[in-house]
Design a binder for this molecule. Structure first.
Ligand code: SF4
Ligand code: SF4
Length: 188
């Protein structure tokens, strides 16, 4: 091999070696840094930020009556046509929903139903763990929507989760300001 080609080959070799050394240094650096893997859901649990739109719920007024007046505005404005409301008139002459169903398999969680409701009767809460093997189970009826909790008051945060498989998942947290995903990522 001629001398100029030999010199070029040497520089290429050093360049690749430098890249390799940089990559290995990064790998070894992460081997000894704090892990960023979340042990979900057994030890850690993500509570979404308060603006997160999750599972819907229907509200009650101070007397415990369902607030919904079955006006069907939410069903009309829904871009996915996934809300079905069938009204009836109760003994006091109030219009109420005999049937109120949301097909969450089709819902895109845009929140338009919440915005359109004139009675402040429907909202999207924080719950996000409601996957199912059957799309039929994702059609949520009136009574289930009434039973859902309101929006979480904690904001975002990673919380230690204590699983109670007999009942619900019980969660406790010290972190109330949300989880900084990047705090364990080292950057140049
Ligand atoms: S969140 Fe949007 S898509 Fe889902 S039910 Fe409400 S309006 Fe329809
Ligand atoms: S949830 Fe609100 S918008 Fe929908 S039917 Fe009831 S009152 Fe009307």
């Amino acid at each position: 091999m001629s001398r100029p080609r030999d010199t070029i080959g040497t520089w290429i070799g050093w360049t690749f070696f430098a890249d390799l050394a940089t990559g290995l240094a990064l790998t070894f650096g992460y081997m000894f840094s704090k892990t960023v893997t979340m042990q979900y859901p057994d030890k850690e649990k993500w509570l979404p930020y308060s603006r997160y739109r999750g599972h819907h719920f229907l509200k009650r007024d101070e007397e415990g009556e369902i607030k919904c007046v079955a006006c069907e505005l939410c069903a009309r404005i829904c871009p996915c046509y996934c809300i079905e409301v069938v009204p009836y008139e109760d003994e006091k002459g109030n219009r109420r929903p005999a049937k109120f169903e949301i097909d969450t398999a089709r819902c895109l969680f845009c929140g338009l139903c919440e915005d359109a409701c004139p009675a402040d009767a429907i909202a999207l809460g924080q719950q996000y763990e409601f996957s199912s093997f059957s799309s039929r189970d994702l059609v949520i009826g009136r009574d289930d929507l009434l039973a859902k909790p309101g929006k979480a008051a904690t904001g975002g945060g990673v919380v230690a989760a204590r699983l109670n498989t007999q009942k619900d998942v019980l969660v406790e947290t010290d972190e109330r300001q949300g989880y900084n995903w990047w705090r364990n990522i080292r950057r140049k």
